[in-house]
Write a protein that binds this ligand. Structure first.
Ligand SMILES: Cc1cc2nc3c(=O)[nH]c(=O)nc-3n(C[C@H](O)[C@H](O)[C@H](O)COP(=O)(O)OP(=O)(O)OC[C@H]3O[C@@H](n4cnc5c(N)ncnc54)[C@H](O)[C@@H]3O)c2cc1C
Length: 426
């Protein structure tokens, strides 16, 4: 394997346009300080600049170090939950606005990619949610009905059409969502950063915020090399909280998701594997995802990490899974491996916290953060420019530690490991 960099794997090896950033030195002032350089923080900075406000992003590592540089790259429309469940959980007002705004979130993502000419392998050909069981197929029928009632271009494909679009006979059917697509996720983060810099924002890398304190009527953020005095602060650390925000991990159920990328597939094989370049995942509780990159590598992922013996177990699972789903590929090498931590909530709804005067965060996108991160970053910018909390279509909630959060994540990951192991024996 070329690269078992467990941080950003394939994405770090192939992303172009990495901005050259320095770390924060000395004292600075700004209108809005942003902690975290993933999609949420970078979108906030970009939209603040577009509105003529100054902002400084402080990133502990490099732009895209967290979920933004590790994910599958599926630009989905909406949350994991079906629309009716969203309404049940957050009420009709927040629920309907949340469904509308996240349903349209790929428009914002692909619109920014086009406007700023971000080179991030963007394909808006739709995604395929594939049924690998009768129960899964029924769930897709419900999902289709609920989205079609809302006018979304979503269509349930029967077995034959699903086989044609996926290039696999493994599925009973598949839900095609034409609003969605795929990107090179780290390259998109780099592009957002460059767009924000071009519009006037400041971004500092390797600048972890070690303390956040009130200083008169403002906030003072301290890093190892300097400090920033700011009227308002957006916290955008999501599943990778560090330094002053390490404790935020208690507020989420973290679980890991790994990915392996094959060597580029041959031209003829590529005509038979996801020939429309759709991103795909299945309805299994321990889900698996499949997509291609620009050079025709197949990227396969599932729940778990790649630490210690999990690397061997999950690598063997990935090879078996490719053989089962796409037998036409034959023998193939795995070139890259990486994994990341997904920030979940117990009810799969993201959280909106107001933590003090002009201090807020939206967090836990439950594994769907490309569209939501870009959207909530923009909405947080509007809120910090004097908007009302109602700008954010989520109820304001208090931070409450999740009971047995570690065990919940572990339970799911152990279940996944057992599942991957059991498949070896079948
Ligand atoms: C393996 C995996 C697969 C996923 N697949 C998909 C997918 O296919 N589609 C999709 O839409 N979403 C997916 N997601 C979710 C998506 O990646 C996240 O929701 C998204 O990256 C969140 O963006 P963010 O900007 O809020 O946070 P992040 O991208 O996690 O960025 C947070 C940043 O904050 C920084 N930070 C932390 N502490 C500090 C500090 N003290 N000071 C300064 N900076 C700090 C971190 O270094 C990090 O760079 C996936 C996530 C993972 C992990």
């Amino acid at each position: 394997m070329k690269d078992t960099n467990i941080n950003n794997g394939l994405w770090a090896a192939t992303a172009s346009g990495k901005p050259s950033l320095t770390s924060l030195v000395g004292e600075h002032k700004t209108e809005v300080a942003i902690i975290g350089g993933g999609y949420t923080g970078l979108s906030s900075a970009l939209h603040l600049s577009l509105a003529g406000k100054s902002s400084i992003v402080l990133e502990a590592n490099d732009v895209g170090f967290g979920g933004a540089g590790r994910n599958v790259g599926l630009v989905n429309a909406g949350l994991w939950l079906m629309p009716e469940d969203v309404i049940k959980l957050v009420g009709p007002d927040h629920g309907q606005r949340l469904i509308d705004i996240l349903g349209a979130s790929p428009d914002l993502v692909f619109g920014l990619i086009e406007k700023y000419k971000i080179p991030c392998e963007a394909w808006r050909h739709g995604t395929l949610h594939c049924a690998d069981s009768k129960i899964g197929y029924k769930a897709l029928q419900r999902r289709e009905k609920q989205w079609v009632e809302r006018g979304a271009p979503v269509r349930l494909l029967e077995r034959d059409e699903a086989a044609e679009k996926t290039g696999s006979k493994a599925y009973i059917g598949a839900l095609l969502d034409e609003r969605a697509g795929t990107i090179q996720p780290l390259a998109y983060a780099y592009g957002l950063a460059r767009a924000a810099l071009d519009e006037g924002a400041q971004i500092y890398a390797r600048s972890p915020v070690t303390s956040l304190e009130r200083d008169g009527n403002a906030w003072r953020l301290t890093t190892p090399g300097g400090s920033v005095l700011s009227n308002a602060v957006i916290i955008a650390v999501q599943g990778y909280p560090e330094a002053a925000f390490k404790h935020q991990i208690r507020n989420m159920v973290p679980f890991n998701y790994f990915q392996f990328a094959t060597s580029p597939l041959g031209k003829e094989i590529l005509e038979t594997v996801l020939p429309g370049r759709n991103g795909a995942w299945d309805t299994n509780l321990i889900l698996s995802s499949y997509r291609l990159d620009a050079l025709g590598r197949l990227i396969v992922g599932s729940v778990g990490n790649l630490e210690d013996f999990a690397m061997g177990l999950n690598r063997a699972w990935a090879l078996r899974s490719i053989k089962k789903v796409f037998p036409q590929i034959g023998t193939v090498d795995l070139e890259y491996a990486w994994y990341g931590r997904i920030a979940m909530t117990t009810n799969h709804i993201p959280r909106f916290h107001i933590l003090g005067e002009n201090l807020a965060m939206v967090t836990c996108y439950n594994g769907r953060g490309i569209g939501p991160g870009t959207v909530f970053g923009k909405l947080l910018a509007t809120y910090m420019m004097g908007g009302s909390p109602e700008e954010i279509p989520l109820p304001v909630s208090k931070i409450t530690p999740v009971f047995m959060r570690g065990l919940r994540g572990l339970f799911y990951e152990t279940g996944s490991r057992m599942y991957h192991l059991a498949q070896r024996l079948i």
